[in-house]
Design a protein around this ligand. Structure first.
Ligand SMILES: [Zn+2]
Ligand SMILES: [Zn+2]
Length: 1019
C-alpha cells in the first residue's frame, strides 16, 4: 500500500503521517483561516512535482491518506433526521470533549470543581451558575493517584477520622470536600452527623470506601440511622469501569443563522458551535478552542439542538470514556449544557419566546410593555428593573406550551393566539404541532364525528407521534433557557445601545457639524485604547453601516468630541453609555459586591438618560430592558465579556470558507467533514492522543514540534504561545538609531552625573501588564516597592549606546517620563479624573520595569475650546498629495482627562485611582418617582399615537371605501361602453391590437427590444 511504501522510503519518523511532505500538505489543507480549493491544492502538488520534489502524492492518494487518518484518529459526522423530517449532519460534541481530554495542552487547563474565592472573579466556576447544579452533577469525586473519593461514601482521613464528603469544592484554589463527620456510639453503631458541615482539604484524605470495605472484609457498616446514608458505593461510581475517574464538563452552545456565501447574496445556514467552559475564559477567546457542531440550510437551530440534546443526555448514564492526558489515566466524562450565548433573537427562540417585538418583550422575565401595563405608572418603572419574583422559568414555559397544545387539541385557535400574546411564550416546535393539530381537527370534522370523540382521537394521535413536542432545551436537567441565555454585550451593547446613541447623534447633525466631528474624532488619542486605527471620515460616510469594531471605538472616544453638537440631554446619554460600557468589558472583577453596586448605578443612569431623550424608547427596545438583567447574569456567569459571542462570530469566517469550497450537493455533511478533518489535524499536531491497536498513541516528536517551533504554523492555527518579556525594550530600526550625548537627553536634567556618554532611542517598551508602550504613551509608573504612583507621558526610551566606547559596566535602560499631577476633583462635565502639567516641567527617569500599564488620556478640548485650525496633507497610495485635511490644534499642552470610557485596563485604572475620583454618581435620587413622572408623558404620547393611528386607519378605510365605489362606477360605465362598441364594430382586430400595444409594460418592452436586436444580428 502507498502509505507503507512512502513511510519505508522516509528515514525520519513522522507518524501517523507517512512522511514530512504528507504532514505539511495535511496541515496546509486544514488551516482554518486559509482554505484551499481543490484547484489550488492540485496546483501546489503540480508545483512540487515541477520542482523535482520526490514522493509527491497525486491528489487522490493524498485524500486517501487523509481518510485513513480520519478513521484512525478522527471522527465522522453523524446523520440526523429532525422532527420536521429535515436531514443534517452533526460532529458529535462528545468527540470534541474526548479530544480535549486526550490533548495534554488542553487537559491540563481544565477545571472540574466550583470554586469559592475571596480573590478576583474571572471564571464561570467562581460564580453562582456552577453552584446551582446538584453536587451529584458536579464532578462527584476527587482522584488521588488512581484512588477515587466519591461523595456520599465514607472515607478515612490521615488523622483516622471518618467523613462522608457531600460536595467537592475548590476554596481559594485548594480542593476541599464539604463533609459530614462520622462517629461510632457505645454499641459500635455508626452515626452520620448531618448537623455540621466540616471542610476537609483533599490532601487530608487517605483511604476510600473500597479500602474501608476491604479492611472490614466485606462486613456491612452498622448504621444507627440507615435512612440518612445513601447506598454505598455511590451510584455514579458504577457508571465507569473500575479504577476510572469520573468528571463533569459544562458546554456552552452557540447557534445563529450565517450566510454560507462570500458574496452579498444571502445563503442562510443555521450553524452551531460549542465551547468547553471548564477551560479558562482567556483560552476560550481563542479560535483554537471553538468546536464546530452542526449546520443546516433546512433544520432550524432547535431541531439541531434536539439531536445534540440526545447526545449530551446519553452521557449521564453512559459517560464518554476518555484518556486524560494530564493525569495519564482513563476517565469517564458526563456532559451538561450550562449556558446558551447567542444574539437576542436567537436567545429568544431558545427560550421559547416571541422576541423583542412582543408586548411581553423580555425572554427572561414576565414584564410587559403593552399599553395596558403602561396604564399604571408601576408598569413603566418595572421596565427599568430586574425583579426576580417575575422571572420566567423552564417549568412555567413548559406549562404554558402545554396549555397551548391543549387549546389546539380542543380546536380553540383564538385561545392559542391569546395565550401566546398574553405571555410572550411561543415555540417553533410546539407551533408545528399546534398547526398540525388544528389542521387535523378541521379534517376530522368533515367525518361528522362528535366533538368529544374528535378530541379523544386527536389526543391519542398526538401522544403517539414520536419526537419532541416542544423546545428540546426545556428538557435538559440543570438548564433553564429563560435564565441561561445571558445578556450578550456584542449585540446588546455595541450593536444595541451604542448604535442607538450613534444614530440619535448623527441624524441630528448638519453637514458642517458632521465635518467638525470628523476632524475632532480623527484627532483622538487612540494610544492606550487597544483599538485599530481610526478612519473618522469613513465612519461618518458609512454611518448607517457600521460594525462592532467601529462602535467599540466610538463608545470609548465619542464623548470628548461632541460639545456644541448635541443637547445637554444627549451629552448625558453619550456619557452614561460610555461609563457603563467600560465596566462591561472587564475580564476580572476584584470586588464583586462593589462592582455590582457600581454597575447597577451606571445601568440606571444609562436607562434614565435614554428615557430623558426619548421616554418611549424604553418600551420599544428590549435591549434597554435587558440591561437591568446584567448584574444578575454577571453574578451567575462571571464577567459579561466571558459570554460575548465575538469569538463565535469570528469563527463564522471559517465556516463561510468551508461552505464556499464545498460542492453544495450535501453542504451539511461536507462542511461537517471538513471541520472534523481540521479538528483531527489540530489534535495530531498539538500532541493529542488517540486509541489505536489497544494503546493510546501520540504523533511522533517530529510532528509535535512543528507547532512549538514553527511560527508560520502557529500563526495559521491561531496558537499563541504566551511569552511576554516585561520591561524589554525594542530598538528602533538601525538606520534611525543615532547615538546622542547624555547631556542632550531630557533624562540628564534628572540624573546629571551619568558616566556613560552615549545613548540610543528605542521604539517600544513592554510594561508589567504586557502593554507595549512607545514615545507619547501615557503610563502609570511605580517605583520598586513603593505604593506611590505617578502618571505621565513617555518622552524618552533610552538604552546605553554600546557602539560608543564607555566604561566597562553598561548601565540599565531608562525611561524618561513627563510627570503630570492628578487633580483632586473630577472634571465638571465628564466627571472623570483630570491631569494637569505642574508649573515647572517635571521629568522623572525610571527603569523599564517600573512602567506598570498604559492608559488612555485625552486633551480637554471641551473647556479649552480647541479649534480645527491645523491642516495636514493627505497621503494616498503612500504618496503625499497636494490635498489637505483639517486637524485639531490643541489650545494647550497642560490640561488632560483620564479617559474612563476606555476598555483597555479599565479595572487597573479603577483600582489605582482614589475611589472618590471614579465612583459612579446616581443621576436621579428617587428613580422610581422620576420614572412615574416620565410614565405620564409616555402614556400621553402613547394615547396620542394610538388616537393618531386610529384616525389614520379610519381615514384609510374611508378612502378605500370611496375608491372602491368610484371603481365600481367606472367599471359599470366601461361595461356599458364595451357593450356599445361590440355592438358597433364586431371583430375589429386592428383596433384591439393597438390597445394591447398601449398597455405594454416595461418588461415586455425590454423583451421586444432584445427580440428586435436578435433579429438585427441575424440579418
Ligand atoms: Zn426582563
Ligand atoms: Zn484639545
Amino acid at each position: 500500500m502507498f502509505l507503507q511504501a512512502s513511510a519505508a522510503i522516509n528515514q525520519e519518523d513522522y507518524s501517523p503521517y507517512p512522511n514530512k511532505l504528507m504532514m505539511l500538505l495535511d496541515i496546509m489543507d486544514n488551516l482554518p483561516r486559509l482554505r484551499l480549493s481543490e484547484a489550488h491544492f492540485k496546483l501546489i502538488l503540480w508545483l512540487l512535482n515541477q520542482c523535482g520534489v520526490t514522493h509527491v502524492p497525486n491528489y487522490s492518494e493524498f485524500r486517501r491518506m487523509q481518510k485513513g487518518l480520519d478513521n484512525r484518529c478522527g471522527s465522522e459526522p453523524q446523520m440526523f433526521k429532525s422532527v420536521f423530517n429535515n436531514h443534517f449532519y452533526v460532529n458529535d460534541p462528545k468527540e470534541a470533549i474526548k479530544r480535549n481530554f486526550a490533548n495534554p495542552h488542553v487537559a491540563s487547563h481544565m477545571n472540574f470543581y466550583p470554586e469559592v474565592t475571596t480573590g478576583p472573579i474571572s471564571e464561570v466556576w467562581q460564580c453562582e451558575r456552577w453552584k446551582e447544579f446538584d453536587p451529584s452533577e458536579h464532578t462527584p469525586m476527587y482522584s488521588m493517584n488512581g484512588k477515587q473519593f466519591y461523595i456520599e461514601e465514607v472515607a478515612i482521613l490521615k488523622d483516622g477520622k471518618l467523613v462522608i464528603p457531600v460536595s467537592w469544592i475548590k476554596r481559594n484554589g485548594e480542593l476541599c470536600a464539604d463533609s459530614h463527620l462520622v462517629t461510632t456510639d457505645e454499641n459500635g453503631r455508626w452515626i452520620r452527623h448531618l448537623e455540621d458541615i466540616i471542610i476537609v482539604p483533599s490532601s487530608s484524605f487517605q483511604y476510600n470506601y473500597l479500602d474501608l470495605m476491604a479492611s472490614r472484609q466485606g462486613e456491612l457498616i452498622p448504621w444507627k440511622d440507615p435512612q440518612v446514608v445513601q447506598e454505598m458505593p455511590y451510584q455514579a461510581r458504577k457508571l465507569v469501569p473500575e479504577g476510572y475517574d469520573l468528571y463533569d464538563v459544562y458546554l456552552s452552545t452557540w447557534f445563529d443563522d450565517v450566510s454560507g456565501n462570500q458574496s452579498k447574496q444571502y445563503n442562510k445556514h443555521f450553524v452551531g458551535y460549542a465551547a468547553n467552559t471548564n477551560l479558562p475564559g482567556q483560552l476560550l477567546q481563542q479560535e483554537f478552542f471553538v468546536e464546530y457542531m452542526s449546520n443546516s440550510q433546512h433544520a432550524s437551530s432547535l431541531e439541531q439542538l434536539s439531536a445534540i440534546k440526545d447526545m449530551v443526555k446519553e452521557t449521564q448514564t453512559n459517560p464518554i470514556l476518555c484518556y486524560n492526558a494530564s493525569t495519564g489515566r482513563m476517565c469517564g466524562v458526563r456532559i451538561h449544557i450550562s449556558v446558551l450565548p447567542a444574539d437576542n433573537p436567537q436567545q429568544a427562540e431558545e427560550a421559547s419566546h416571541m422576541g423583542g417585538n412582543a408586548n411581553c418583550l423580555c425572554r427572561k422575565c414576565n414584564v410587559s410593555s403593552s399599553l395596558a401595563a403602561m396604564e399604571s405608572q408601576n408598569g413603566y418603572h418595572s421596565l427599568f428593573t430586574h425583579v426576580s419574583s417575575i422571572a420566567r422559568s423552564a417549568s412555567e414555559t413548559r406549562e404554558r406550551l402545554e396549555a397551548q397544545l391543549e387549546a389546539a387539541i380542543i380546536g380553540a385557535k383564538t385561545t392559542v393566539k391569546t395565550l401566546q400574546t398574553e405571555t410572550g411564550t411561543k415555540d417553533k416546535i410546539t407551533q408545528y404541532w399546534i398547526d398540525r393539530l388544528l389542521a387535523k381537527r378541521k379534517e376530522m370534522k368533515k367525518d361528522k364525528k362528535k366533538k368529544d370523540d374528535i378530541t379523544a382521537d386527536l389526543r391519542k394521535w398526538f401522544a403517539e407521534e414520536p419526537g419532541d413536542k416542544m423546545n428540546p432545551l426545556l428538557d435538559i436537567s440543570g438548564l433553564d433557557p429563560t435564565q441561561d441565555t445571558p445578556v450578550e454585550i456584542l449585540h446588546t451593547i455595541l450593536l444595541g445601545i451604542v448604535k442607538y446613541v450613534w444614530y440619535m447623534f448623527h441624524t441630528s447633525l448638519n453637514d458642517e457639524q458632521k465635518n467638525l466631528f470628523v476632524v475632532r474624532l480623527q484627532s483622538a488619542d487612540l494610544d492606550g485604547l487597544a483599538v485599530p486605527p481610526l478612519r473618522a471620515a469613513y465612519i461618518m460616510q458609512y454611518r448607517q453601516n457600521l460594525i462592532g469594531k467601529h462602535f467599540k471605538t466610538l463608545m470609548q472616544t465619542m464623548v470628548f468630541h461632541v460639545h456644541d453638537l448635541v443637547t445637554p440631554d444627549q451629552f448625558e446619554l453619550i456619557k452614561a453609555v460610555g461609563d457603563l460600557s467600560a465596566l462591561l468589558w472587564v475580564s476580572e472583577i476584584n470586588n464583586l459586591d462593589q462592582f455590582l453596586d457600581d454597575l447597577e448605578i451606571l445601568i440606571g443612569n444609562a436607562l434614565d438618560a435614554f428615557a430623558m431623550v426619548d421616554p418611549c424608547k424604553i418600551i420599544n427596545k428590549v435591549k434597554l430592558h435587558l440591561l437591568p438583567h446584567l448584574p444578575s447574569d454577571i453574578k451567575r456567569f462571571g464577567p459579561a465579556v466571558r459570554n460575548s459571542t465575538e469569538i463565535f462570530e469570528c469563527f463564522n469566517a471559517i465556516f463561510r470558507m468551508c461552505s464556499v469550497y464545498s460542492n453544495h450537493r450535501a453542504p451539511s455533511r461536507d462542511i461537517a467533514r471538513k471541520f472534523a478533518s481540521m479538528s483531527r489535524m489540530k489534535h495530531i499536531v498539538s500532541g493529542g492522543f488517540w486509541f489505536e491497536d489497544g494503546i493510546w498513541r501520540q504523533a511522533s516528536s517530529k510532528v509535535r514540534e512543528v507547532l512549538v517551533i514553527d511560527p508560520i504554523v502557529q500563526r495559521h492555527l491561531g496558537w499563541r504561545p504566551y511569552q511576554i518579556q516585561t520591561g524589554e525594550m525594542k530598538p528602533l530600526a538601525r538606520a534611525k538609531t543615532i547615538p546622542q550625548r547624555w547631556t542632550d537627553t531630557k533624562a540628564s536634567s534628572v540624573i546629571p552625573d551619568m558616566t556613560w556618554p552615549f545613548w540610543d532611542e528605542n521604539h517600544t517598551v513592554v510594561a508589567q501588564s504586557g502593554d507595549v508602550c512607545k514615545k507619547g504613551s501615557w503610563v502609570v509608573v511605580r517605583l520598586d516597592g513603593s505604593a506611590e504612583f505617578h502618571i505621565g507621558r513617555i518622552v524618552e526610551l533610552l538604552s546605553a549606546s554600546v557602539a560608543a566606547n564607555g566604561p566597562s559596566h553598561i548601565p540599565a535602560s531608562l525611561i524618561t517620563i513627563e510627570k503630570f499631577s492628578l487633580g483632586d476633583t473630577r472634571h465638571p462635565d465628564f466627571d472623570m479624573p483630570v491631569l494637569y502639567k505642574p508649573e515647572d516641567k517635571l521629568y522623572m527617569s525610571v527603569e523599564t520595569k517600573s512602567v506598570q500599564f498604559r492608559l488612555s488620556v485625552q486633551h480637554d478640548c471641551r473647556i479649552h475650546n480647541c479649534q480645527p485650525l491645523g491642516s495636514k496633507r493627505v497621503v494616498q497610495e503612500r504618496i503625499m498629495t497636494e490635498n489637505t485635511i483639517s486637524t485639531m490644534v490643541h489650545a494647550n499642552d497642560t490640561n488632560f482627562i483620564v479617559n474612563m470610557h476606555g476598555l483597555h485596563n479599565a479595572a487597573l485604572v479603577r483600582q489605582l485611582l482614589p475611589r472618590h475620583l471614579t465612583v459612579p454618581i446616581q443621576k436621579h435620587e428617587d428613580r422610581e418617582a422620576w420614572h412615574k413622572e416620565q410614565a405620564i408623558k409616555v402614556r400621553h404620547l402613547l394615547v396620542d399615537k394610538r388616537k393618531e393611528k386610529a384616525r389614520k386607519s379610519k381615514e384609510t378605510r374611508a378612502n378605500n371605501k370611496q375608491k372602491k365605489a368610484d371603481r365600481e362606477v367606472e367599471m359599470a360605465s366601461a361595461r356599458q361602453q364595451n357593450a356599445q362598441v361590440e355592438e358597433d364594430s364586431e371583430g375589429d382586430s386592428q383596433a384591439e391590437e393597438s390597445t394591447v400595444d398601449l398597455d405594454t409594460d416595461s418588461d415586455s418592452e425590454a423583451e421586444m427590444d432584445t427580440h428586435s436586436r436578435k433579429c438585427q444580428r441575424r440579418k
